[in-house]
Design a protein around this ligand. Sequence first.
Ligand code: ARG
Length: 224
Amino acid sequence: TIATSPDFPPFEFLDENGNVAGIEIEIMNLICQELGVELVIEQMNFDSVLPGVQAGKYDVGVSGISVTPAREKNTLFTDPYCLAAQAIVVLNGSPITCKADLEGKTVSVQTGTTAETYCMENGYKVSSFTANADAEAALVAGKVDAWVIDDLTAAEMVAAYNEDHPDAPLVILDEAMTTEPYAFAFAQGNDDLVNKINEILEGLLADGTIASIFAQYNAPYTAP
Ligand code: ARG
């Protein structure tokens, strides 16, 4: 059973039939095939994913989860399969054009994310939202100076928004806030299973499968 928060395109999102789809679901399907197990998907808010995995409610967290030293204290991660960045999104015409401009300003983030932790620890005023879409809405409403969110998801959500609002688009700054690797998250003590999955992942990375899944979703791939 995987725990996922499908508000995070292209990694996991609801397709037109209401099914959970995305890059990480494809990767997990391949891993489950190799392991000979059935993939069962549980949907939840992002801030419930890691606690649920740590409590043993779900086998694995699949949610664009960044590996950090703090999380490694109570979570067992697979090897990373890609590198992501935290993007800074602002309103068109914003005076904020680089990371330094944002110092001490107000940002919106998703609850429980590395964006939230980073911004809180680095002196930003932080407005947290359970749903990514609400963090975006706070920026659109002018309640915050910037929205901090993982780069590929930022690219998709901003493109969708700008299609509907060409006159007042959102802008992703060239400079990122931070970079971080993504991996799948297990409760501690699952070393045998995680070692097996690392072997499978290594094969999928080496033979270009992972890169081709990103390409299938029109997402630029950065190796870890
Ligand atoms: N990479 C970030 C983190 O680990 C954000 C992940 C958000 N994922 C989601 N499915 N909404 O905190």
